[in-house]
Design a protein around this ligand. Structure first.
Ligand SMILES: NC(=O)c1ccc[n+]([C@@H]2O[C@H](COP(=O)([O-])OP(=O)(O)OC[C@H]3O[C@@H](n4cnc5c(N)ncnc54)[C@H](OP(=O)(O)O)[C@@H]3O)[C@@H](O)[C@H]2O)c1
Length: 253
């Protein structure tokens, strides 16, 4: 089975940088018509030009339902479909114990990381996928499968996204497949506080595969899930973390 997306239309939120941009580039290389979106139009424009292959962009905030509808409508107008939706954009405005989080930052994290993927999936479903089938890929995190002293709020939203993936898979089947990807630490702007200085080397040493993730590691999994290669897979979670979740734990017996 070839990892090709010829004739498919893919919409990638947070496609202007990092993991989203790598997914957009790999999809475009594989033959898809690609639409990217993020808040900053100038960054999107530069990314779309770099990706090439006719990649288009529309700026918007994923947490704003009107922006979501405008971007999905623009994708339908431009390309006539939304066959593949990658819910990739996320935020992490708070670091610290969850017990101390202020409610505005808690709510923002929920709005962008949890409610937005549902809203974007609802729109894609009603405007195209319900009648024509499709693929939804949610970018979660290994944080959604574990606990962390300072990322608890973010991790709650990523755990919810994993469960949302499992819930929507039977609801939207057989026409639409819904899967999630859980990356470990990937060296992007988003995760800078976790890898800057020598922190990244320490994390890499704790991974059995002895390195941090590259954005292409995640894009390759997203291509597998979107293409026919993933055609019997739904409601599942792909963990790409250099083996971090299965490393030997010094606290173990
Ligand atoms: N990097 C890691 O180690 C790691 C690990 C596990 C999971 N992840 C997940 O991977 C995904 C991508 O992260 P990344 O590391 O690639 O981050 P990144 O390099 O910082 O890129 C984030 C992208 O999302 C966009 N974005 C942020 N907030 C947005 C909003 N409210 N509305 C629309 N677009 C928004 C950004 O563009 P604008 O600023 O222009 O909006 C940018 O295009 C996220 O879901 C993240 O949780 C990352």
């Amino acid at each position: 089975m070839e990892l090709r997306l010829d004739g498919k239309v893919a919409l990638i939120t947070g496609g202007s940088r990092g993991i989203g941009k790598a997914i957009a580039a790999m999809y475009a290389e594989a033959g898809a018509k690609v639409m990217i979106t993020s808040r900053k139009a100038d960054v999107c424009e530069a990314a779309a030009a770099e990706i090439g292959h006719g990649c288009q962009f529309v700026a918007g905030n994923v947490g704003n339902a009107e922006d979501a509808e405008r971007v999905i409508d623009a994708t339908m107008e431009q390309f006539g479909a939304v066959d593949i939706l990658v819910n990739n954009a996320a935020t992490n405005p708070y670091a610290g114990p969850m017990i101390d989080v202020d409610i505005p930052r808690w709510q923002k994290t929920l709005d962008v990381n949890m409610t937005a993927p549902l809203v974007w999936t609802q729109l894609a479903w009603h405007k195209h996928m319900k009648e024509n089938g499709g693929v939804v890929i949610n970018i979660s995190s290994v944080g959604g499968l574990s606990t962390n002293p300072v990322l608890g709020v973010y991790d709650v939203t990523k755990a919810a996204l994993i469960h949302m993936t499992k819930q929507l898979a039977p609801e939207l089947g057989p026409g639409v497949r819904v899967n999630a990807i859980c990356p470990g630490l990937v060296k992007t702007d988003f995760a800078k506080m976790l890898w800057e200085g020598d922190k990244g080397d320490q994390v890499a040493k704790a991974y059995p595969l002895d390195r941090l993730g590259e954005v292409e590691d995640i894009a390759g999994a997203a291509l597998y899930l979107a293409a026919d290669s993933g055609s019997w897979m739904t409601g599942q979670i792909m963990v790409l973390d250099g083996g971090g979740l299965v490393r030997f734990d010094s606290m173990g017996g």
